[in-house]
Design a protein around this ligand. Structure first.
Ligand SMILES: O=C(O)CCC(=O)C(=O)O
Ligand SMILES: [Fe+2]
Length: 203
């Protein structure tokens, strides 16, 4: 799909959140072939490692893997741990350029997630770390198996869910992180890998 088509599509995109934030879903920013090629390259070329999180005073190593890229060797606080960014690699830079055009925004960092199957997910959280631009844009590219993604309003508990397809982009902006949590629930339906690239704006 050309970028002109993408812009035209975006003009009409509905906000998926009923209030207190903005979430736009672009179902196909990459065609199936390009998305599959990008998935293979990301699996092969990114610095994947298991995430270590501290829960109830104990260190837990997640099955899910992550990789962290940013303009400089920026430290990034995430789940109570500080990670130093890897320097950008070509396949990620090409995807970043594509996502920047599609979202008409620029990004200086990317947190990458690798879920080997539906047995891996991510719990409720908001991306409101102090190192991120407040109310900045987060653009989340999905490569691989489609998964359900859910929002939950912090005050009312209201939920909004959508399915994120192979080659799709979810753009979160405005006050989304202040008022909503999001999660990627585990599921028995997914048996293959999904890579999710969350392009971010660090200050
Ligand atoms: O995998 C996803 O779609 C969600 C990832 C996410 O929320 C995050 O990295 O903060
Ligand atoms: Fe998140």
């Amino acid at each position: 799909m050309s970028h002109d088509d993408l812009y035209a599509q975006q003009e009409r995109l509905p906000n998926r959140l009923p209030q207190d934030g903005e979430a736009y879903y672009l179902e196909r920013v990459l065609d199936v072939g390009s998305a599959s090629e990008a998935l293979a390259r990301c699996l092969e070329e990114l610095d994947w490692e298991h995430e270590r999180v501290t829960m109830f005073g104990r260190e837990i190593v997640t099955r899910r893997k992550i990789a962290w890229y940013a303009d400089a060797a920026m430290p990034y606080a995430y789940s109570g741990k500080t990670r130093v960014a890897s320097p950008w690699v070509d396949c990620l830079l090409a995807l970043k350029a594509h996502v920047e055009k599609a979202s008409k925004t620029t990004f200086n960092a990317c947190l990458c997630n690798l879920y080997h199957s539906g047995e891996e997910g991510m719990g409720w959280h908001s991306d409101d770390e102090k190192t991120l631009v407040p109310d900045g844009v987060i653009a989340s590219l999905t490569l691989g198996d489609a998964r359900r993604f859910s929002f939950k309003h912090k005050a009312s508990g209201e939920r909004v869910s959508l399915e994120l397809a192979h080659g799709s982009l979810l753009i979160m902006q405005g006050e989304t992180q202040t008022h909503w949590l999001h999660a990627l629930p585990k599921t028995r339906k997914s048996r293959s890998a999904r890579v999710n690239l969350t392009f971010r704006q660090m200050r």
